[in-house]
Structures are given as structure tokens and as C-alpha cells.
Design a protein. Sequence first.
Length: 475
Amino acid sequence: MEVFKFIFILLEVIVLFNALIIVHELGHFLAARWRGLVVERFGIWFGKPLFEREYGGVKYSLGTIPAGGFVALPQMAPMEAIEGKGEEVPKDLPPISVLDKIIVAFAGPLFSFGLAYVFAVIVWAVGKPVSESDTTTTIGYVIDGSPAQKAGLLAGDEILSINGNQVSRWSGIGDAVTWQIVSSTGDTVPVEVKRGGQTLTFEPAPEKEDAEWYKRGNLRQIQIAPVQTPVVASVKSNSPAALTGIQPNDVVVSVNGSPIFHPAALSDAVDASQGQALSIAVERGEQTLEFEVTPVLPQYVGGAPPEGEQRPMLGIAWDRAGSMDIDHPGPNEQIKASVMAMVNTFDALFTKDSDIGAQHLSGPVGIMRIYYRLFDSDYGWRLALWFSVILNVNLALLNLLPVPVLDGGHIVMACIEGIIRRPIPFSILNYVQTGFALLVIGYMLYVSFFDVQDLGGGDAGQQYEIVFEAPQASE
């Protein structure tokens, strides 16, 4: 079943990823037909054609490499470096106007924006799943010995601003807690919080671990986590938690009288208990119940963790998603947020001393990996549609950059042609287009190198089973 699931999700990823690119190219194609340009070929996918048919003077083809599509427009600019050598085209093609070139070049990003808006309307209608951890600005957990703890930050502190910039959520780009930390450049990061009725400011010194040369560079952290409601997902049979009455869907609210805001806080309390009983309060429906639970050392089947990592446990597994809600952001709100995310990313890329570099962006491999993870989640299509809004806006804006080989480069060259009142010589166009095409391909290979490393990264998973011995019946 896992194999079929993998294949099905992979097909979903390929279909959606290709649809985004094909719609972009369709914009160029329809604009070219409208303006009377010669269209040599409209291809879906690359490589040797599996299917090819000529209709209305245009060759339509389906390639063997599922990586988007292209439209060959010989009157625009030479694109052999990307699309491959095309058919022999008559050399006496009629010239096209500057306006025609601008319209055809702009149509691709316009269609990408249009598709982004369509997806945004769907997301607004069906809703976007959001977790409390993504939308809160309250600290749920501070790692022991972390820069945040050394500076005095505590679980329960509500973060108001970082580096003088107001924050409204934990995850994302822009006014998000994580982004304001990783994109900061100073030796310390001023963090303004509300604690009780007071507004306090702390200045933790961010840290980052060195990464291997073949991996993306790590970003600065102060080692805090957002509030995540400690919802019990399951309880191991015969475990201390099961024997004392803790049940799935219970919400742990305190340990030994101290409120907890994140599951990791309970793990810390268990580690610090040294085998002594813990007083754990949970909410179950409208009731608040209290249990005395003594952690015990479990047994391991099929292997075991290193001896130093074996520790007493309660036998609780947490709901990793925590508390979830369905948000219905308006289409304009989604488009604006996607545009601002792009602006903030470029600002960080070109900011001196920023840890964020070109290696932290993703190419096709990384994008498809994100799609796979979204489809594999409990809210697959909803999250994939939301991500498609962001990706289409990015595709549109990136293609509008004034770089030869991109749509923005075509627009700039058309404007230059209008200023000098004559076409740019083909030989110059050929050299410029080919040179920049090689740079773009080189960059894609560069980020794909790190994307491939991400595919092999992560935890291989627990290779043993944790069990608890059934209590002995008293005689």
C-alpha cells in the first residue's frame, strides 16, 4: 500500500507542478497567436516527442521529460540553449513591433498571476489549514541553555516585536517571529515581549551551527518554540500514563502545578523527575483531572537507543499538529502576502551580513519535494493549493526580472529596440541569450544540488519499538 500511495502522490505532484508551467507558457502562446507571430512549436514536456501533430501551422508535441513546457517563437529571441534547436524557420520572417514583443513576453507572467488568483479564490472558498503554532507569537518552549534562556526569555512570553519590527505570527516570511530572527544581522536581536502586565525587552545573541560544505548553511536561532497545545495522540499499553487513566485527546495543562505550553516541557519535567511521581493535570472535555504518574524505564524490541539516551517515560505520544483551525484568507490578501514574501526574500538576499543566501532558495527538485510533503499531509490538496498561490506569484515575479532569457529581459530588449529604433542584431541577441541561459541553468543546478541533499536528509526514523511490561498481578 505504501508503494501505491507514493506513486499516487508523485503523480499528483507532477500534474500540479507541470500545470503551473504550462499555463505560463500558454499565456505566451495565446498572446503570440493574437498578435500574429509565427509560432513554431508548442510543447508539453521536453525531450524526444512521444506525440507530435501539426495544426494551423503550429507543431504540438508531448515530450518524454515531465518538466513543464515551452513555446518556440523565432521572432522573439533565440532560445536554443533551453528549448533545443528548433525546426528550420524561413529567414525572411516579417519583423514584429516592439509592442507585440512586450505583450507576448508579459502574457506569461500575467497568466501565472491569473492562475495564482484562481487558486487563491479556491483557497478562500475551501479554507487553509493553520495551526496555533503558525499563527501565535507566544513562546511555548525555551531550550535549556539557549541564547533565549540566557537573555531571560520565558515560556508564556508574548512577542510583540523583533528588531523593532512588529510580528503577527510565528511562521512565514515578513512579519513572522522565525523570519525576523533568521534575517537579522546584528550580534544581538532585540526582542520585545509582554509578560503579565509589563512590556520587557531582551537581547539574545543568536547562534548557528556550522554545516557541512555540501549542505545548506544553517540560519541563526535563539532556540525558542511557539505555543503548541499538548494534545495526547495515543497512550502506550501498560505504560504509566495508561495505568493512571490518561487517555487520547486529553490536553495536558500543568505539571507539578506549573503550566506548560508545549509538549517538550513535559519531557523536560520527566527527565528532571529522577523517577519520582509527577502531578499531571489534564483537560478532558469540560473536566480538569489530575493524575499522579511515575515515569518508568520501558523495554525495547528490535533494537535500542544508545545507553545514555535510555530514560524513564510516561508512554504518551503527542499530536504533532497540535490545535488546528481552518482560515479563509481573501484572494487579495493571499496575493499581497505572496508578493511581500518575495520582496522580503530578495531584501534578505542582498542585505550585507545576512545569513540568507542563494543556496537557501529551491529549484524544481525542492519545489516538488515541498509539494510531496504537502500532499502527504492530512490536509493535502488544501495546502497544495495554498502553496500554488505563492509559487505562481513567485513564477510571475521572477520571470519579470530584467534578465535576458526571462520574460522581463525580453521586455527590456524590446524597449531598447524601441529607443534605438532598430532591431538588436541577431548575433548579439544570440550571445546574450545563450550566456544568460547558461547562467540560469548553472544556478538551477546549484540549488538543485542542495535540494537533492535535502531528499536524503532527516531522521531515518525510530528503528525499535517501545513497550511497557504489564504489571504483575498481586496475590
